[in-house]
Design a binder for this molecule. Sequence first.
Ligand SMILES: Cc1cc2nc3c(=O)[nH]c(=O)nc-3n(C[C@H](O)[C@H](O)[C@H](O)COP(=O)(O)O)c2cc1C
Length: 205
Amino acid sequence: MDVIEAIEKRRSIRQYKPDPIPEAVLEQVLSAVRLAPSGKNYQPWKFIVVRDAEMKKEIAAACSWYTPFDRAVAQDWVADAPVIVVACGHIKEAAVKYYEDERVIIARRATADKEGASPADYESTLPMDLAIALDHLTLAAVEHGLGTCWVAGLDEQKLKALLKIPEDVWAPVVMPLGYPVSWPNATKRKPLEEIIAYETYGVTT
Ligand SMILES: Cc1cc2nc3c(=O)[nH]c(=O)nc-3n(C[C@H](O)[C@H](O)[C@H](O)COP(=O)(O)O)c2cc1C
């Protein structure tokens, strides 16, 4: 399967077969995560692979949330996947960009802290780093007939307590991984002419 095929086939999968994932397949999928690029190649991440049934249930319970209109959204289906990958980002290990004396500084967050730069606003590459790594996961999964779903609707504090994730680690998303019951139809996307601009932001032809 080529990359374009995998991109076109990927879907958010919310129903999983109980079939286990062979070790060799799991390793290949995780290896794709490892190869992801990151800001300054700091690789400020760790991915927890959860297979224990009770722990998966607890994680799924932490993945319930409310709309602003008080509608509860449970995501119990998360526990049905044979594997849940929990993405963790080391806040102090990621590259950050900030402005100081009219200069753009790029450094490790920890380095910047130590040097007392104390910039008011860091722009961390961490969200990008984690997203790329997980996108590698979603696409490598497709190659092996596996489905995934980004699940960011979760209670991060509960998740961190469950998995003993340190305070200075960010855990914004979990990703169930398993064989789909079926491949849903593609969801809609905006047309290309609406989202692509040429040369400057406003020119779209
Ligand atoms: C950052 C992010 C967070 C998401 N969080 C959830 C979630 O908590 N629960 C869920 O069911 N889907 C979640 N999704 C999946 C999106 O709803 C889905 O990607 C989108 O509707 C497009 O559908 P597709 O992935 O099948 O193309 C999330 C997707 C992204 C990228």
